[in-house]
Write a protein that binds this ligand. Structure first.
Ligand code: URA
Length: 437
């Protein structure tokens, strides 16, 4: 078998056989296929797609390219939650303590920031001392002890995805459904959980731009999971605007702590999306009579402090300084706090997530290259969000940074992210587009 023949086949829109897909994955793992040949095949797939059989086989061989974690000695109901990537998306950090405080086991492997999107591991590392490099054994023993652990995804799980992702990132072949589906699902299967809930995001701050495409991606991921014996549900959510008000690593963790302390209004986007993901899992694991019962249970573990206590336990168990819960000055502090004043007035109609993410990156809150270090204190707090009234001179956002030289560009980006309407605008639209189980 020759890789050039496989590229030729995909170039002519033919579907690839199991042997050909296996040959491709083995070839990139044992380096008998060159990066330029793999890239050519990725581009052919980008233009000519893959059907569900090919996507399932690609996922299967990506899973088999590395270690597969066995969590069956913990329980038959171990949960994993994953987001396809967004801006201000700190939901994992709320979801885990909520579930764990109800006795639902969560073993979570997460990544770092990718492109303009933030990463859970970077957020956690803003907590002084927090260890994310747990071994698989450490992860499992912590889940057994306290029902939750979060570790950085290592290259031992689905390593073929690591290699392909690095190529996709530099050959403009990230945003295509069969490749995203196999990338996400292979890592989740290798991570060992039996219930997987995926937050599939669409909009300006996501890799997928429309809800229709997000739905297509969701259906494919659910079906690939079914064919590979894993239960996957997806919640399709909007990423037109950042989630919550904080964007940037330590600022987002502080927002999580505030949420778990119960300081989050019922109208909050964070609450709506977190509860939708949580309910999808809760109804699979426990018996509830109604959605309202599940919501009451979620409200209760926040009100009685159990979820916050669980977050503290996770921090402590992973070597972090758990006094951050009560003292936010323990987080890395930015030397500059700069308030952005509105030059317009009216009701906020839109806050473009991609522009806010770019501004946050400029301030030091993200990486340009994989090897860049990150400033955990840098970020943006949105004082105003959609539906809120603004008058000229109001602070619409606050910048936190140590890079004086980046303030002007970031301020311009933030100002251009805001769109106003003169008429009262009641943002009632739900962030949830659809749930696919
Ligand atoms: N997240 C992933 O893990 N893979 C993709 O391809 C896109 C988002």
């Amino acid at each position: 078998m020759k890789i050039v023949d496989i590229i030729e086949k995909k170039k002519h829109k033919e579907s690839l056989s199991e042997e050909e897909i296996k040959f491709f994955i083995n070839g990139i793992m044992n380096k008998t296929i060159e990066d330029y040949q793999a890239s050519a095949l990725l581009m052919a797939i980008y233009f000519n797609g893959m059907n569900i059989d090919e996507t399932t086989l690609l996922t299967k061989y990506m899973v088999e390219s590395g270690e597969i974690i066995d969590l069956s000695d913990i329980s038959n109901n171990v949960i994993d939650k994953h987001s396809t990537g967004g801006v201000g998306d700190k939901i994992t950090l709320i979801f885990l303590p909520l579930m764990a405080s109800m006795g639902i086991a969560c073993a979570k492997l997460s990544g770092r920031g990718l492109g303009h999107t933030g990463g859970t591991i970077d957020k956690l590392e803003s907590i002084p001392g927090f260890r994310t490099d747990l071994t698989i054994e450490e992860l499992k023993s912590q889940v057994k002890r306290i029902n939750a652990a979060i570790a950085a995804q290592t290259m031992s799980l689905a390593p073929a995805d690591g290699k392909l992702y690095a190529l996709r990132d530099v050959t403009a072949t990230v945003d295509i459904i069969p490749l995203i589906a196999s990338s996400v699902v292979s890592k989740k299967i290798a991570s060992g959980a039996n219930h997987i809930v995926l937050d599939v995001k669409y909009g300006s701050g996501a890799f997928i731009k429309t809800p229709q495409e997000a739905e297509k991606l969701s259906q494919i991921m659910v079906e690939v999971g079914r064919r590979l014996n894993r239960r996957i549900s997806t919640v399709i959510t909007s990423m037109e605007e950042p989630l919550g008000r904080a964007i940037g690593n330590s600022l987002e963790v502080i927002e999580v702590i505030e949420f778990l302390k119960g300081n989050c209004g019922d109208e909050s986007d964070l609450k709506e999306v977190t509860y939708a993901l949580a309910k999808t899992v809760m109804e699979k694991v426990n018996h509830y009579n109604s959605e309202k019962d599940m919501e009451n249970h979620l409200d209760e573990v926040i009100r009685n402090g159990l979820a916050l206590k669980k977050f503290k336990e996770i921090i402590k168990s992973q070597n972090g300084d758990d006094s951050v819960i009560d003292d936010y000055t323990k987080f890395p502090q930015a030397s500059i706090k700069y308030e952005i004043k509105s030059k317009e007035e009216g009701y906020v109609f839109e806050t473009d997530a991609l522009k806010i993410a770019k501004a946050c990156k400029n301030l030091g809150g993200g990486r340009e290259k994989k090897s860049d270090s990150i400033d955990y204190s840098a970020g943006i707090y949105l004082n105003k969000k959609s539906g809120e009234k603004v008058i000229k001179g109001d602070t619409i956002a606050t910048i936190y940074t140590n890079k004086q030289e980046s303030i002007k560009d970031s301020e311009e980006l933030v100002l251009s992210a805001y769109k106003f309407t003169p008429n009262f605008y009641n943002k009632k639209e739900s962030y949830i587009y659809k749930i696919i189980k």
